[in-house]
Design a protein around this ligand. Structure first.
Ligand code: NCD
Length: 400
């Protein structure tokens, strides 16, 4: 299986050149000026080719809440957003606390053959806040553990979990929310847990990845921790960059202008490693009842591109690093760069295309977005996984 992507602007974390990309047997074989091979050809004139995106924080709701999203609709939404890899969280029903659900999810992904998936396992069994025995039964397919959606409240449990994570080469993805404090002060609730976990990561030597960081204080703590050599990484969501002083319900909440400034500064200076969507689809009814979350996969790129690149805060190279190269590296994938030998996972984008976000056009079952009607730039035209076009929003293919 061969494919040649012709006449594009090729951008990844280190390069920005004009040329073609040749993919064979699922891998990038060559890229550069005027490659001539007689095979299936995709005309990418006036489009940018970037490594497809990798999302470290996604909820597909299967098993248990498939009325909100399932692995098929979630995967289709991911492709429309330019993603070919997602990391799924464990807050399903039942909670993903062992290999049985991991195997089910990975099996389903294989059967669908749309995107690649990693399934995170809960830190505490069934989110009970204390039991850790199941962590000893996980095999090498599991790289991340997280009680995302809840957070590990007990200091002792988190300490023990980090020790196990260190010994078993797992990364803990931390949802920083102190349940007792959150109702009176959501900022303190995030900050105090962030500080605790950075301290515990330093103490144990375990890898810690902080999910959806939203406050200026947390960013500053992470900056200091990195300088001290603590093994901490973090992600920021598109909505926490694009919005402030907005009461659309999401966890953590939309913060203030000063926080957005600090997040952007963290993105500029390298404190922030990754942009992750925290794609959290809900039904209209659940949303009316107060379910927190934003359906984010289909709007992520255009929001980040419009708010960060078009405004001049970062380059397209840095955006590619945040959405592809860094998450690819953190997850140990052969994806995230346009380089010989890497997976032929490419997204073709029309950067100049103006879009009015329309939730009714979402493929995701979750139409919950605060961005409906918002004008952004950058349309995903096609998403290619290992050389196969998995989403085509209007690119010409010559099959020969
Ligand atoms: C998450 C969800 O819906 O699963 N929602 C969200 O607002 N981020 C869970 C959570 O983190 O609260």
């Amino acid at each position: 299986m061969e494919v040649l992507i012709k006449n594009c602007r090729i951008v990844d974390e280190t390069k920005d050149i004009q040329g073609d990309i040749y993919i064979k047997d699922g891998r990038i074989v060559e890229y550069g000026q005027s490659i001539h091979i007689d095979c299936k050809t995709i005309d990418a004139t006036n489009l940018v080719a970037m490594p497809s995106f990798i999302d470290m924080h996604v909820h597909f709701r299967e098993p248990g809440y498939t009325y909100k999203e399932d692995i098929y609709t979630g995967s289709m939404a991911a492709l429309k957003g330019g993603y070919t890899f997602v990391n799924l969280m464990a807050n399903t029903d039942p909670v993903c606390s062992g290999m049985e659900i991991v195997e089910y999810v990975l099996g389903r992904a294989k059967e669908l053959d749309l995107i690649d998936i990693h399934q995170t396992v809960s830190v505490t069994k069934d989110f009970d806040g204390k039991t850790l025995d199941h962590l000893h039964t996980l095999d090498e397919r599991v790289k991340f553990i997280s009680d995302d959606g809840k957070g590990v409240q007990s200091n002792l449990t988190m300490f023990k979990a980090l020790l196990i994570a260190r010994d078993r080469d797992l990364t803990v993805i931390a949802h920083e929310e102190d349940e007792e404090i959150v109702d009176i002060d959501t900022r303190l609730s995030e900050n105090i847990m962030t500080m605790r976990d950075i301290y515990l990561s330093g103490l144990t030597g375990a890898r810690l990845h902080l999910a959806h960081v939203s406050t200026k204080e947390s960013i500053e703590e992470i900056r200091k921790a990195k300088k001290e050599g603590i093994r901490v990484t973090c992600e920021v969501t598109p909505h926490h960059i694009a919005l402030y002083d907005n009461d659309y319900r999401v966890n953590p909440p939309i913060r203030e202008r000063e926080d957005v400034r600090a997040l952007v500064q963290g993105i500029v200076d390298g404190t922030v490693d990754v942009i992750a969507t925290d794609h959290a689809p809900h039904s209209e009814e659940d949303k009316e009842k107060g379910a927190p979350g934003i359906s984010g996969l289909e709007t992520a790129f255009s929001l980040v591109y419009t708010n960060l690149v078009k405004r001049g805060s970062i380059s397209l190279n840095r955006l590619s690093q945040l959405m592809s190269a860094s998450p690819g590296k953190l997850m140990g994938l052969n994806k995230g760069r346009i380089k010989k030998g890497y997976d032929g996972d490419i997204v073709l984008i029309d950067l100049d295309k103006k879009i009015i976000i329309d939730k009714e056009s979402f493929i995701s079952k979750g139409k919950n977005t605060p961005f409906n009607g918002v004008e952004v730039y950058g349309e995903i035209i096609a998403t290619i996984r290992r050389g196969q076009v998995k989403y085509n929003g209007g690119v010409n293919i010559d099959n020969r």
